[in-house]
Design a binder for this molecule. Structure first.
Ligand code: ADP
Ligand code: MG
Length: 584
């Protein structure tokens, strides 16, 4: 360590001298943090940064990303600058560091001017090992010039951007303040920049890399597999009852997190669970800050508390023994789902990730996207994120494989532990049905030089002589009536799945259908298609026959809704790419 002109000694300076030849990083890890060895790929990151290089770190929640910047900050000269989006998180981290003897501080909106002035003085005096700063602080010129003076004086050891997915519009947690951080990258020559996140789709990785100018960095992407988590997605029937059954049958007395979409649903569910003997408490942004903090610390401190929460809860929560994470509404994206479920089983012991999926959720999510602020491109990304989540819900194969493939880490074998592995979904060979549908699309394009929407295509397949069919003389087509073996509803289920699988696509804003990415291969018989039996049957089987009529009605609405959504998305794309819309 270099000299620090300070009154307070650095923790690394007061430790007994390390035996010669000992790795400085390992020394800090052992003596300051009390851990024997680095875990996973931490050492790789730490070495690269101590050597002065930039790093992009993608590791799942709980992997230990904090140490990746904390250790280099203590080994290198100067103060480590950490950007962290949540004030509560900052306090926890700073408290833990101070308890370990590290001189840690933060700068955020909760401080009085006096407190802030004291932090600034300590910074300029080189008395701070690690400073945590909220992103909105960094957009102000005064903090920037303060940091310039620190860089020119005692030095900045590392510039770490935690939760860096917040810079990405692909992410589930975009924060405009994060965009301004890009200006700071490279501002202080010789200071390594790090971006860390638990979000790992290739799209997010690419976007955060370019936005933060980290193309030349060392990129460390850890495995995203969480083998101790059992993934289960069930048809939603009566979510509160289903949840209570899950808790009573499998997680009595366990700590758990239940995610719901709205504060209202959070309150109702928490109250209802409490009335039924579960130690449940609510958490959402609408609660008084003190109650929120109290509920969070009860969850962290006491055993067996179930917190019912919106997604406002959980970033940076470090509770190892959360035994289940339940979603009673479908999440907005696979990334969000993975992050939220990743809070289960951080101790490595078996844990459950349970989601109740109703197609009605699609309607609600669609509304959220429509009403969200943001430009068309942002909405398109949100739509694509939701599509991927729906595809995961409708998956007929191993959930874990689907998840890992989504994060760009395909595996060869099924996990044997998720719901689809344990209770294989009843599927049927949909190849011929898909070929019938695809050839109808192709015929219509070739012989009528037009594209048509789902309604007319299903009518043609079913051989129905509707006025529109007769108007276009579709009954002359050789494909007329080739699909009469499947019901209307059956065809809609087939279509929904073929769209989710990329075999068929909605081609324009009129909802006309075209061949998807896999369409040609399916037509040629090179790509077999597996379809699950209509969810309607599965849902009816779960809920008993008296509910099946409502379930069917829900499904009808929802599949229409899914259609509308895809149609709107395609319409945007057609416009953007200048593709002509062939209209009925
Ligand atoms: P992340 O930010 O990746 O979600 P954290 O940095 O919060 O994870 O770390 C999660 C937990 O793992 C913390 O309790 C931390 O102390 C612990 N941890 C991190 N690295 C190690 C290690 N090398 N050995 C033992 N425990 C570790
Ligand atoms: Mg973290």
């Amino acid at each position: 360590m270099s000299e620090r002109p300070t009154t307070l000694p650095a923790v690394t300076d007061v430790l007994p001298a390390a035996p010669p030849g000992t790795d400085a990083a390992l020394e800090v890890l052992r003596r300051v943090f009390g851990y024997e060895s680095f875990r996973g790929r931490q050492a790789e990151v730490v070495d690269a940064v101590i050597g002065g290089g930039d790093a992009v770190v993608l590791m799942p929640t709980g992997a230990g990303k904090s140490l990746c910047y904390q250790v280099p900050a203590l080994v290198r000269r100067g103060t480590g600058l950490v950007v962290s989006p949540l004030i509560a998180l900052m306090h926890d981290q700073v408290d833990a560091l101070r308890a370990a003897g590290v001189r840690a501080e933060f700068l955020n909106s909760t401080q009085s001017p006096d407190e802030r002035a004291e932090v600034e003085r300590a910074l300029l005096a080189g008395e701070v090992d690690l400073i945590y700063i909220a992103p909105e602080r960094l957009s102000g010129g005064s903090v920037r010039s303060l940091l310039d003076r620190v860089a020119a004086g005692p030095g900045i050891s590392v510039f770490a951007i935690d939760e860096a997915h917040c810079v990405s519009q692909w992410g589930h947690d975009f924060r405009p303040d994060y965009l301004a951080l890009a200006d700071l990258v490279g501002r202080w020559p010789g200071v390594p920049t790090m971006a860390l996140t638990a979000t790992a789709t290739e799209a997010t990785h690419r976007e955060l890399t370019t936005r933060l100018h980290l193309e030349g960095a060392t990129h460390v992407v850890a495995s995203f597999d969480r083998p101790n988590i059992q993934y289960r997605i069930v048809p939603k029937d009566d979510p509160k009852q289903q949840l209570l059954k899950l808790i009573r049958d499998e997680h009595r007395g366990d700590a758990g997190i239940v995610y719901a979409l709205s504060p209202n649903a959070v309150e109702q569910t928490a109250t209802w669970l409490a009335e039924h003997g579960v130690d449940a408490i609510p958490y959402h942004a609408g609660l008084d800050a003190r109650i929120r903090a109290a509920n969070q610390s009860r969850f962290l401190r006491d055993d067996g508390v179930v917190v019912v929460a919106t997604i406002a809860f959980g970033m940076g929560i470090d509770k190892p023994d959360v035994r289940f994470v339940a979603h009673i509404d479908v999440p907005k994206s696979v990334e969000g789902y993975y992050q939220e479920t990743g809070r289960a089983g951080r101790d490595g012991l078996p844990a459950t990730a349970w989601l109740a999926y109703g197609l009605q959720d699609v309607v609600q999510q669609r509304r959220f996207i429509d009403q969200s602020v943001g430009d068309a491109a942002h909405k398109r990304k949100q739509s694509a994120n939701l599509d991927a989540m729906l595809a995961l819900c409708e998956a007929v194969t191993c959930r874990r494989r689907q998840l890992l493939a989504y994060f760009g880490q395909p595996t060869e074998t099924d996990c044997g532990n998720c719901d689809t592995c344990l209770n294989p979904v009843e599927t049927w060979d949909g190849s011929v049905a898909a070929q019938k549908l695809l050839s109808t699309i192709v015929r219509l394009q070739r012989e009528r030089n037009q594209r048509f929407g789902a309604g007319q295509i299903v009518d043609i397949l079913r051989g129905k002589r509707t006025p529109r069919v007769e108007q276009h003389q579709h009954d002359d087509l050789s494909v007329f009536g080739i699909g009469s073996d499947i019901s209307d509803r059956g065809w809609r289920s087939v279509l929904r799945q073929l769209i989710a699988q990329g075999v068929v696509q909605v081609a324009d804003d009129y909802g006309t259908l075209g061949l998807g990415r896999l369409g040609p291969a399916v037509l040629k018989g090179e790509h077999p298609v597996r379809l699950r039996h209509d969810l309607e049957k599965a849902a009816a089987a779960h809920s008993g026959s008296k509910r099946s009529a409502t379930v069917a009605a829900d499904l009808d609405d929802a599949s229409r809704e899914l259609f509308e959504r895809l149609r709107a998305w395609r319409a945007d794309q057609a416009k953007e790419q200048g593709v002509p819309a062939y209209v009925v």
